[in-house]
Design a binder for this molecule. Structure first.
Ligand code: CA
Length: 517
């Protein structure tokens, strides 16, 4: 990779920081003189840290004014500060955390923003009009795939107002310890995915018959809004009436028909921006994630909260090192305690596998300049903006309140996305620095690139270029507003995301902390 020919540019996040990151494409060569007068001792790759002054052995390396590590040896000013020079701090104790201590001035409500959505009987609003076919067990996946293809080619053209047909396939349902305490997580996740606002309340189920997760256990009476005389719409493949494969396919298609008719009759109507339920996450992160894309998302998060919407941030291992900031931002001690409960549960979960939060960072994160999980976490939590945190969801629970919510999920992109779909999102915002083609069949995914280089190379995969912030071409507020308005356009169906355009759909991946049998 060739070094940049542009003037050297470094970004420091806080005046107290003793490191800054190199912004130039291709990095900067040894001998380059930075605007502050420091000469680079080493070549420093793009996104990596340079020491702004001499850092003594055992001294804290500060980024975001937080110790992201301690020097393993003396580091001279101008040196490349990489993960091999750092000792990672211990995780913050979960005892004696500040609870709801930070007084956050109420921000001015943001009125007048609307989108065109599908209002549902349960009060939620969809941004897409999709027929979802719930499955109770992985065994039926091949049959459901076959049926979905037939529905798409033979039925869907007759119902132009229906956007898509999606089989909700997964790896759960049988061969699992279904009575283990943690089995509630995958079960309620599947239940709440079936209730996602984009499916219009039209629940239909395909079951095998002999599986542990029986349809009435997945969707017990009262869990979906059925009319009084209605029974759960289930196609059971082992039912005696099915003679041969085509009988199963015909049965699924016949079952789909009335759902498609009802979905097709729906119309978009103008609703307030407060009906947005937005899930934010990052993946394939680099050192720019916390400088460009995530701050822009954080700005948009504050706009959403001001507009009365629901917005959730997640990724427990990337919140763990900032838990004291988060509990201080809680609206009540109860919300702070719920966050601590989720962190403690996750610490124990990781501990059962002889791992800890440091298992999070990837080779790509490190190549992108993120030395460890502490540095990654400080850049990740910026997506939550500055608003008070007013609610906490355990994995797989559905959001019932407005405002900024912490939805506890693993950081794994596809597991986090799956759990946010269960939490009821109708828009998903995803930031990436290294690049990922991530997408979901259930909910539109808006992807935000952290660097112009990525946004340029992946011009037909990235929806927003937050790299303009590092280039000096746009402010965090500019990109935040752009993203907010794009969310309203995408929610209204006026615009499609690149992942929708190419139909890039990741699998639903359930979080199952319970044993497999
Ligand atoms: Ca993630």
């Amino acid at each position: 990779m060739t070094e940049s020919t542009k003037p050297p540019l470094t970004i420091r996040m806080n005046d107290a920081d003793n490191v800054a990151i190199v912004a130039n494409d291709g990095g900067l060569a040894a001998g380059t003189v930075l605007p502050g007068g420091i000469t680079l001792v080493d070549r420093v790759p793009q996104g990596h840290k340079v020491a702004l002054r001499a850092i003594a052995k055992d001294e804290a390396v500060l980024r975001y004014n937080v110790p992201i590590g301690f020097a393993l040896k003396d580091i001279a000013a101008g040196c490349w500060v990489h993960e091999r020079l750092l000792h990672m701090p211990q995780a913050r104790s979960l005892e004696n955390l500040p609870e709801a201590t930070r007084k956050i001035e109420a921000q001015e409500p943001l009125a007048g923003y609307t989108f065109e959505g599908y209002r549902n009987a349960d009060g939620s609003v969809g941004t897409r009009n999709i027929l979802a076919i719930t499955t109770t067990v992985q065994c039926v996946a091949g049959v459901v795939d076959f049926a979905v293809q037939r529905i798409k080619t033979e039925l869907l053209p007759k119902f132009p107002n229906v956007d898509d047909v999606v089989g909700l396939e997964h790896a759960y349902g049988c061969g699992v310890a279904i009575d283990a305490p943690d089995a509630i997580i995958p079960i309620r996740t599947l239940r709440n995915i079936s209730r996602n606002p984009n499916f219009g309340g039209e629940v239909m189920v395909v079951s095998l018959g002999c599986e542990k997760l029986q349809p009435e256990r997945l969707l017990p009476p009262g869990s979906i809004a059925l009319k009084a005389d209605e029974v759960l719409d289930v196609v059971c493949l082992q039912a005696e009436k099915h003679v041969g494969f085509m009988s199963m396919i015909d049965s699924i298609m016949a079952s789909a028909l009335p759902h498609l008719q009802r979905l097709n009759a729906r119309k978009r109507e103008t609703v307030a921006a407060s009906e947005l339920v937005v899930g934010v996450q990052c993946g394939g992160s680099d050192a720019f994630s916390g400088v460009t894309a995530n701050p822009a998302v954080g700005f948009a998060t504050d706009l959403l909260v001001r507009a009365g919407a629901t917005v959730m941030f997640s990724e427990t291992t990337e919140v763990r090192d900032a838990i004291d900031q988060m509990t201080a931002r809680a609206t009540t001690p109860e919300v702070a305690q719920a966050m601590v409960r989720e962190m403690a549960w996750y610490d124990a979960y990781l501990g059962r596998g002889s791992a800890d939060r440091s298992a999070n960072t990837t080779p790509g994160n490190k190549a992108g300049g993120l030395s460890n999980i502490v540095e990654k976490a400080m850049g990740s939590i910026i997506k939550s903006g500055t608003s008070p945190i007013s609610g906490v969801l355990s994995p797989g629970e559905r959001a019932t309140t407005k405002g900024l919510i912490y939805a506890a999920t693993p950081a794994s992109d596809f597991v986090c996305g799956t759990l946010q779909v269960a939490a009821g999102i109708n828009i998903h915002v995803f930031t990436t620095g290294r690049g990922t083609p991530y997408g979901l069949a259930e909910v539109p995914v808006i992807k935000v690139a952290t660097r112009t280089d990525l946004a340029t190379r992946w011009h037909d995969l990235m929806d927003v270029n937050a790299g303009r912030i590092a280039d000096g071409q746009a402010s965090i507020a500019d990109v935040g507003w752009e993203l907010f308005k794009l969310m309203l356009d995408v929610a209204s169906g006026r615009k499609k995301t690149w992942a929708e355009h190419w139909k890039l759909h990741n699998a639903l991946v359930l979080f199952n902390p319970a044993p497999i049998t």
